[in-house]
Design a protein around this ligand. Structure first.
Ligand SMILES: Cc1cc2nc3c(=O)[nH]c(=O)nc-3n(C[C@H](O)[C@H](O)[C@H](O)COP(=O)(O)O)c2cc1C
Length: 174
């Protein structure tokens, strides 16, 4: 294993370079989720890998979204967002919702979408779908961490889509 630290100034704590951190995180196999929000007929969604359970009781999820993303304004306005965890048959959806050339409504041409109780768009045939009430946000670095209380859940029995070292991947047994 390579341990990389960069010494800061004398007497300061060591730090790691951003690239080393990005490389290390890239080695992890992460589930892929499309985070979506909607308000007044407007909707937006973004591919993410920063999904994490914050608490089981109350059922709460966190996801980290770039502060410049238009999704944040929609989540703030509706006080809600959804987390749609993709199956290994939905890699195309993962690509479309991370395509900077295709924004907002134009992304929703992929997949079958309905509207949840919160008003957020919900994707069908996912591994799991969480409809969330936005309870708190936290700005950290370039991102906004959305904290969502789960108000409705759907899930299927398919296989997860994973992301590792720059590629969408499938889970295999060994
Ligand atoms: C596998 C993968 C994971 C990503 N994870 C995140 C994430 O967790 N948070 C985020 O803000 N962007 C993430 N992105 C980047 C966004 O999907 C991408 O920048 C998207 O175009 C942003 O759309 P927007 O400009 O409408 O916000 C990820 C992209 C990919 C391909």
């Amino acid at each position: 294993m390579t341990v990389q630290t960069t010494r800061a100034g004398e007497g300061e704590r060591p730090v790691v370079a951003t690239d080393a951190f990005r490389n290390a995180m890239g080695h992890l196999a992460m589930p892929v989720a499309v985070v979506a929000a909607g308000d007044g007929g407007e909707r937006d969604a973004v591919t993410t890998t920063t999904l994490c359970s914050a608490s089981v009781d109350p059922p709460t999820l966190i996801v980290s979204v770039n502060r410049h993303s238009p999704l944040n304004a929609l989540a703030e306005r509706s006080r809600a967002f959804s987390v749609n965890v993709l199956t290994d048959e939905q890699a195309t959806i993962g690509r479309v919702f991370s395509d900077a050339r295709r924004t907002g409504e134009r992304r929703f041409g992929q997949g079958t979408w309905t509207t949840g109780a919160t008003g957020s768009p919900l994707l069908e045939d996912t591994l799991a779908t969480f409809d969330c009430e936005l309870v708190q946000t936290l700005d950290y670095g370039p991102n906004r961490i959305l904290i969502g209380r789960v108000v409705a859940i759907g899930f299927g029995e398919k296989q997860p889509l994973l992301y590792r070292d720059g590629f969408f991947r499938r889970l295999t047994t060994s």
